[in-house]
Design a protein around this ligand. Structure first.
Ligand SMILES: [Zn+2]
Length: 492
C-alpha cells in the first residue's frame, strides 16, 4: 500500500490523458469527462492504494481455458501500476467472449450495460461485478478509484490501438482514428455517462442491483480503519516452495520455479513492505515473547534440494530475508529417492556443509522426516522414530535446536500431530491451502503453494487470498451465482 502521490497521478493519470489528447480531438462531453477524471485523481491524492504488478494485455490471446481452468500467460514483462485497471479490461474481454457482439453499436451497448448502467445490465454481468467488488474490498481500494480506473483503462487501450494503426498505415487520415478505434468510441460512451459515473464519490457506478458485493456497505471504506482491523487479526501467508532451478524435470514443472521468477517474487515482497519471519518468530509471537513486524510472511522450502539452496539463498540474502528449509534428514547429501516411486526421477539434495552455511546465513532449518515417508501410513512406533530421529540427527550435525516440522506429502492426522508434539516440535506445516492466522493450531499450519506455472499476478493474489487469480475469480463467481440463485428462488 502506498499513498497516491503527485508522481503517481502524473504517471498513471495525467500522462495517459495527455497522450490521448495529443492523438485525438476531444468532443465537449469528453472534455468534461477528462476534467472529472483529473478532479477525482486530485481528490484521491494521499489515499492508500495497493500497487500491483499489471498485465498490459489481459486478452483472449493470453487467456486460455482448459476444462474448468482459466490461465493467463504472461507474454510481457509485468510492471507496477494501478490495480483494478487490468481487472476491468479482463471483465470487458470476458463479456465480449460471453456475448460476442459483432457490430460496434452492440459493443457500445455492452460497455454501457457492463459498467455504466449495471441495474439494467445483463444478469450474466452480476458475477463480474461481484468479482470486481470483492477484489476492491479485499485490496482495500477506495471506491472512488472505480471511474478513474475505468477511463484510464479505456484511454490506455485507445492509445495502444492508435499507435499500432499509425505504425501500420502512415497515411492514416486524421478523422478516421475515431471510426477505426473501438476504444475511442468507448470513451464517447463513458463521456455520456460522466454524471452517473462520478455522481457520488462513495458509490458511483459501483452500487445498486448490479453490484451486489459493493451495495451491502454504503459509503467510503475507511482504509486506515481497515488496516487497523487487519493488523488485529494478522493473517500470515506461509509460502510453500519446493525446487528453484532453471532446468526443472518436465514432470516436476509445477513444483519448480526459475531463479528469475523467484527473484521477481522476492522483489515484489520487498517493494510491498513484507517482512519475512521464521517459524520460531511466529511461535514466539504466539507465546507473546516477540512482536510481529508489519506485513509478516514466512517463506518455506520443502525437501532441501541442492539447486534450491544454491539458487534461492543468494536472492534471499540480497533482500536480507530469512526463510525456512525443511530437510529430509536421512537423505542429506544424497538424492530425493521418494520421487523415483512418485514421479520417476530424483534430484540431488544439499549436503551437511551447505546446510551449516544456511544456518550461519541466518536461515532456519526444520525437519521433513528421515526418509520423506507418509507418516499417516506408519505404525506409531515408526512414525515416532521418523519424527524424533530426524530432529536429533539434524541437531547433532548442525549444532542447534530443530523444533519445526513440515509433514512429508502433507500427510498427518490427529495421531501424527500428537506424536510430533510429544517429541518436541513447536510447529508443523501441512499442505492445506490457506493463510495462517494467529489462532491456528501451530501443529497444523496451512500454507500457500507457489507453483512454477503461475505468474506474478497469481503470486500477488495468492499472498492476499492463498488462491491464484483464476481460482479466486472462479470462487467469487461461484459465490455470486449462489447469490443470484438465492435471489431467483426467493422471488415469486
Ligand atoms: Zn516434501
Amino acid at each position: 500500500m502506498v499513498p497516491l502521490g503527485s508522481a503517481g497521478i502524473d504517471a498513471w493519470v495525467e500522462g495517459r490523458l495527455a497522450a490521448y489528447e495529443r492523438a485525438i480531438e476531444l468532443t465537449e462531453a469528453e472534455q468534461r469527462l477528462f476534467g472529472e477524471v483529473r478532479r477525482r485523481a486530485i481528490s484521491l491524492a494521499g489515499t492508500l492504494i495497493p500497487i500491483v504488478w499489471c498485465h498490459r494485455a489481459f486478452s483472449p490471446w493470453n487467456i486460455c481455458r482448459t476444462g474448468g481452468e482459466v490461465r493467463v500467460t504472461d507474454w510481457e514483462e509485468a510492471e507496477p501500476g494501478l490495480p483494478l485497471v487490468d481487472l476491468l479490461y479482463f471483465s470487458l474481454r470476458w463479456s465480449h467472449q460471453a456475448r460476442k457482439p459483432r457490430r460496434l453499436e452492440d459493443r457500445l451497448v455492452l460497455l454501457r450495460e457492463l459498467f455504466c448502467e449495471p441495474a439494467r445490465g445483463d444478469r450474466a454481468f452480476v458475477p463480474v461485478h461481484a468479482a470486481i467488488g470483492e477484489y476492491m474490498k479485499r485490496l482495500e481500494i477506495d471506491r472512488g478509484f472505480f471511474p478513474l480506473a475505468l477511463v484510464i483503462m479505456t484511454v490506455e487501450h485507445a492509445i495502444g490501438r492508435f499507435r499500432r494503426a499509425q505504425t501500420l498505415d502512415r497515411r492514416s487520415a486524421s478523422g478516421r482514428e475515431r471510426h477505426d478505434n473501438d476504444y475511442v468510441n468507448y470513451i464517447g460512451v463513458l463521456a455520456e455517462c460522466t454524471d452517473s459515473l462520478f455522481a457520488d464519490r462513495s458509490v458511483a457506478a459501483t452500487s445498486g442491483a448490479g453490484f451486489p458485493a459493493l451495495s451491502d456497505k454504503r459509503g467510503r471504506i475507511d482504509v486506515r480503519q481497515a488496516h487497523a482491523d487487519r493488523r488485529m487479526s494478522t493473517s500470515i501467508p506461509i509460502l510453500m516452495y519446493h525446487e528453484v532451478t532453471s532446468r526443472p524435470p518436465v514432470a516436476y514443472r509445477k513444483y519448480a520455479i526459475t531463479p528469475r521468477t523467484f527473484a521477481r517474487q522476492m522483489r515484489w515482497l520487498a517493494f510491498e513492505g513484507y517482512h519475512p519471519i521464521s517459524l520460531q518468530d511466529l511461535f514466539d509471537a504466539r507465546t507473546d515473547q516477540k512482536r510481529l513486524p508489519t506485513r509478516p510472511v514466512i517463506v518455506t522450502f520443502d525437501d532441501g534440494y541442492r539447486d534450491c539452496v544454491n539458487n534461492a539463498v543468494p536472492i534471499l540474502k540480497e533482500h536480507g530475508f530469512t526463510a525456512t528449509f525443511f530437510i529430509v534428514a536421512g537423505l542429506v547429501g544424497k538424492t530425493s529417492r521418494w520421487l523415483v516411486k512418485e514421479r520417476g526421477f530424483e534430484l540431488p539434495l544439499a549436503d551437511w556443509s551447505s546446510l551449516r552455511d544456511l544456518r550461519s546465513a541466518g536461515l532456519e532449518l526444520g525437519s521433513h522426516g528421515m526418509t520423506h515417508a507418509r507418516l499417516t501410513e506408519l505404525s506409531s512406533a515408526v512414525c515416532r522414530e521418523e519424527l524424533l530421529e530426524s530432529r536429533q540427527l539434524m541437531e547433532d550435525r548442525l549444532g542447534h535446536e530443530v523444533r519445526h516440522l513440515a509433514y512429508p506429502f502433507g500427510s498427518f492426522d490427529h495421531r501424527v500431530r500428537a506424536l510430533a508434539e510429544e517429541v518436541g516440535y513447536r510447529s508443523g506445516c501441512s499442505v492445506r491451502i490457506g493463510l495462517s492466522s494467529r489462532n491456528d493450531d501451530s501443529l497444523a499450519l496451512a500454507r500457500v503453494p507457489i507453483n512454477g506455472d503461475e505468474n506474478l499476478p497469481d503470486f500477488t493474489c495468492r499472498i492476499h487470498t492463498a488462491r491464484t487469480v483464476a481460482e479466486y475469480f472462479e470462487y467469487t463467481v461461484r459465490g455470486a451465482r449462489q447469490h443470484i440463485r438465492r435471489g431467483i428462488g426467493a422471488s415469486p
